[in-house]
Write a protein that binds this ligand. Structure first.
Ligand code: HEM
Length: 561
């Protein structure tokens, strides 16, 4: 593994020695982390017994009682155990005072953790803050400077993911990309995704499919406009994003048999019932032994299995029969299966990742962008003026294609501003440290869970003028536009993350975002439904943060489609 040195100066010898120490501890931590994942997985296997009791030998209705006893027992053991080096290091980190037995700081988290954790960081941090969430020490990062230390200076240390019992079941032993711990498997899986599935060439070759999905979405809006009725844009965005990913993953197969809707339903369960929010199983790893949530995840995964197996079989036979059309992700994964030694389960895990990571994130960004445009008529007017000016070269009834978008600087500024204020992943997928490491003057031990509050970075008043205002103009200034390229170089604006764990689909996601928004703004004028006075921006927290209410707006045809 290549390990970059954090500081400048010092002799070659010292640097080499430092590299060796970091390398050895990283390597050991990685080995331990992988062993830990495997051991935890093994301990979770075969948990439910045939008489319907848990491995602790209790019937499900006794679970709560056993849980309380278990947690207090664990707390007592903890108090009686001498403090480890890691504990000593953790005790030096800034932390809020109100730590309760067993639950630690969980009671301070509240229903909107990105907001409550920013407040806690302001009061007790500010850059780094240690929370004891149940049994798990969690480092919360809330400033661009600390984010840079984690994601750039010490990228090689914070490259892993903590174990999640639910993700382990859902993603075939976390052999996807997003939840896979750092190691050879993740490196290979990520390479498959970045060099075969989400390349610039592949994103370009998906243009026709995206434009076809735009036409379908516009047709639905046009029907509502003809009836002068409000349209549920949240739903349109959700199906649009889902269908674009579906097309990329499976080609033309899904819509023909209504499978795109099945994918959509499966994903809703993933996000609302299994992976969403602050999952207690992750903060009380001993809870996973009770097997309630992992069992639910296993049942749900069976439905994914049936769907994905069917599609893979169809693709495998299509390859044999020699039919020729644009290769979708399943075709590509089958074609590189041997080269990368991927099992069928690995392929299914990677495919599921594409849906999990790519659908909600895109539709949520679109939903917030449109909501902000309605709340800010001047910004809406500017965007309309830009798309209509660019459209004057085209026939009135044609849709915008991706070629037409490259000169639309205000559209791109709207996208960045929406993602600054409302990053769909308000926290990045948790990172995990693999070695001891200095951050902002504190030594962070190995094995610490790290939450990066992307939402707080985008609203840091020390970095942004009028941080809470929706002002796309801020990205029109040349210097700002170049610096804030969404590629993880501006640590104030990290909706896609940064470093080696960064989202590999920035091009795919931004192309999807821009093409639908430009067309909706060009072809229609938008109004609030009669009797309503504004858009409710109340949020709810899940695996992503989204608006609580559906976005219902009345379209009025500006240019026919
Ligand atoms: C607006 C849309 C999107 C946003 C805001 C977004 C954001 C993110 C973020 C914040 C991460 C975690 C970075 C970290 O932990 O450091 C991530 C990871 C990931 N995203 Fe995206 N994403 C989007 C769309 C997509 C799409 C469309 C796909 C695939 C089709 C995708 C695939 C992935 C994968 C595979 C990872 C895991 C990377 C790894 O752990 O190595 N994302 N994304």
């Amino acid at each position: 593994m290549e390990v970059r040195s954090g500081g400048r100066g010092g002799g070659k010898k010292r640097r080499r020695k430092k590299r060796l120490v970091v390398y050895q501890s990283c390597h050991a931590a990685r080995r331990d982390s992988l062993k830990g994942h495997a051991a935890r997985r093994d301990s979770l296997k075969g948990r439910a017994t045939s008489n319907g009791t848990t491995p602790l030998g209790v019937a499900p209705h006794d679970s709560l009682k056993s849980l309380v006893v278990l947690l207090f027992f664990l707390a007592a053991v903890r108090l009686a155990t001498p403090r480890s080096r890691a504990e000593k290091l953790l005790s030096k980190l800034p932390t809020p005072p109100l730590r309760l037995p067993v639950i630690g700081h969980l009671h301070l988290v509240g229903p909107l953790p990105h907001r409550s954790l920013r407040e806690l960081a302001r009061r007790h941090g500010p850059d780094v803050l240690l929370l004891r969430l149940g049994a798990v020490p969690t480092l919360v990062i809330s400033s661009p400077r600390a984010a840079k230390a984690i994601l750039r200076t010490h990228d090689n240390v914070f490259l892993s993911r903590p174990f999640s019992a639910v993700a382990d079941v859902l993603f075939y032993g976390t052999t996807d990309v997003g939840f896979a711990p750092y190691g050879e498997y993740w490196r290979q899986a990520r390479k498959v995704v970045t060099t075969h599935l989400l390349t610039v060439r592949k994103v370009r070759s998906g243009r026709a499919a995206r434009e076809q999905e735009v036409r379908l979405a516009l047709a639905r809006v046009r029907d509502a406009a003809a009836a002068r009725a409000a349209v549920d844009l949240s739903e349109i965005f959700s199906f649009f994003a889902n269908d674009v990913v579906c097309q990329a993953v499976t080609g033309r197969l899904p819509r023909e048999q209504g499978r795109n809707e099945l994918f959509h339903d499966l994903l809703v369960t993933n996000n609302t019932e299994l992976l969403g929010g602050f999952n207690l199983d992750e903060y009380f790893p001993s809870l996973a032994r009770l097997n309630v949530v992992p069992a639910k995840a296993a049942k749900h995964r069976k439905r994914w299995d049936d769907l994905l197996d069917g599609l893979i079989d169809k693709h495998a036979s299509k390859t044999v029969s020699g039919e020729h059309e644009e290769e979708d992700f399943i075709d590509v994964l089958l074609s590189v299966q041997q080269e990368y030694s991927l099992t069928r389960d690995n392929i299914k895990a990677i495919l599921m990742d594409m849906f999990e990571a790519g659908t909600d994130t895109t539709s949520i960004s679109l939903d917030f962008a449109m909501a902000q445009l309605i709340r800010n008529p001047k910004a809406m007017a500017k965007l309309q003026a830009e798309v209509r000016r660019c459209a004057s070269r085209k026939g009135k009834h044609e849709i915008f294609t991706e070629d037409d978008l490259s000169t639309m600087s205000y559209l791109k500024a709207v996208m960045k501003e929406a993602m600054r204020l409302h990053p769909p992943a308000s926290f990045m997928i948790p990172h995990s440290s693999m070695a001891e490491c200095e951050v902002e003057g504190y030594t962070i031990p190995s094995g610490v869970r790290v939450l990066l509050n992307v939402w707080a970075l985008g609203r840091d008043p020390a970095c942004w003028e009028s941080a809470e205002e929706f002002m796309p103009e801020r990205f029109l200034e040349e210097a700002m536009d170049a610096a804030s390229d969404l590629q993880g170089n501006d640590f104030r604006l990290l909706p896609f993350g940064s470093g080696r764990r960064m989202c590999p689909a920035v091009k795919f996601a931004t192309a999807t975002f821009e093409i639908i928004l430009a067309n909706l703004i060009y072809h229609f004028n938008w109004e609030l439904p009669p009797g309503t006075t504004g858009v409710d921006m109340t949020e709810t927290f899940g695996i992503n943060v989204h608006r609580k209410e559906r976005l219902r707006l009345v379209p009025c045809v500006a240019h026919g489609v």
